[in-house]
Design a protein. Structure first.
Lengths: 237, 50
């Protein structure tokens, strides 16, 4: 993929069998000036000196057992966990978020949508924390439009964990309506407290169910996702 | 309503304590997600002997 281009900030895009948003993420990373996407195969044990990692969406290992449950045992995940623990920026989108919770890098879990149906639609979100590399380029409380497309995006955690996430400013995105208000109707999947994305304690690992990688062009509905990748590249540089 | 999974498999070995520890680890790390699921298991002797 690098096609001879060896300069630029290397950002790893992890592919598991069943990942299907890898090209979207590659293209989103490549759209950031100075960035160079690097494929990372799930069997790799070498992060190829990337400075940031993105786990793309899809259905890794067919979502057998539970979404993300098998992917987290892939050899590359040991490297991703070590990279994250050392403070490297890691973003998990959709199935990537599910993998990060299964890997223990993020708290909570993602279960079947409350309506038990796959939900695929543009979704308003509110940026509730700008203290992560991925949201540093948004205004606090800014409303953004990212598509959601998932069957198991219902975020659950113990009330004490949810309280801790809120107290520490680790709820990064929430589902809101067009006016930016948290309402039950704007919650596409029944997630606790309308949580769409969370960060780890260090704020360097973020997972979210909606797809910033599908919000890259105004012509296609929204370009609100671009700053997620710009922030990643800036933090990784 | 209750939804769950029923998983059966065979393991080689004769030390029940060791097998029990292995199965517990398998449940904890893979077969169940302790954040959202609870698990219990029963170990029975292989009827084919061996």
């Amino acid at each position: 993929m690098s096609g001879g281009r060896r300069t630029g900030v290397a950002i790893g895009v992890v592919r598991f069998p069943g990942t299907n948003c890898d090209e979207d993420v590659r293209s989103a990373v490549a759209a950031v000036p100075g960035a160079r996407p690097v494929w990372l195969w799930h069997k790799d044990r070498d992060l190829q000196r990337v400075r940031g990692v993105v786990l793309a969406g899809g259905f890794s290992f067919g979502d057998y057992l539970r979404a993300g449950a098998i992917a987290r045992f892939s050899p590359i995940m040991e490297e991703v966990v070590a990279f994250a623990r050392a403070g490297g920026p890691v973003l998990g989108i959709c199935n990537g978020f599910q993998i990060l919770t299964e890997a223990g890098l993020l708290p909570g879990a993602l279960v079947r949508n409350s309506r038990l149906t796959f939900v695929c639609r543009p979704q308003w979100l509110r940026v509730d924390s700008t203290e992560t590399p991925f949201t540093a380029r948004y205004a606090p409380g800014e409303r953004v439009l990212f598509p959601v497309a998932h069957g198991e995006g219902n975020y659950v955690a113990e009330p004490a964990v949810l309280d801790e996430l809120e107290a520490e400013g680790r709820v990064v995105f929430r589902y809101v309506d067009e006016s930016g208000t948290v309402t039950p109707e704007s919650n596409p999947n029944g997630s606790a407290r309308n949580i769409a994305g969370v960060a780890d304690a260090a704020g360097r690992v973020v997972g979210l169910m909606p797809h910033p990688d599908r919000a890259m062009e105004t012509l296609l509905g929204s370009a609100d996702g671009r700053r997620v990748f710009e922030g990643l590249v800036e933090a990784a540089a | 309503m209750r939804v769950g999974k029923w998983i059966t498999f065979r393991l080689e070995g004769s030390d029940k304590e060791e097998i029990s520890a292995r199965v517990d680890e398998m449940c904890r790390r893979l077969l169940a997600n302790p954040v959202i699921e609870r698990y219990r298991f029963v170990i029975s002797d292989d009827e084919s002997g061996g």
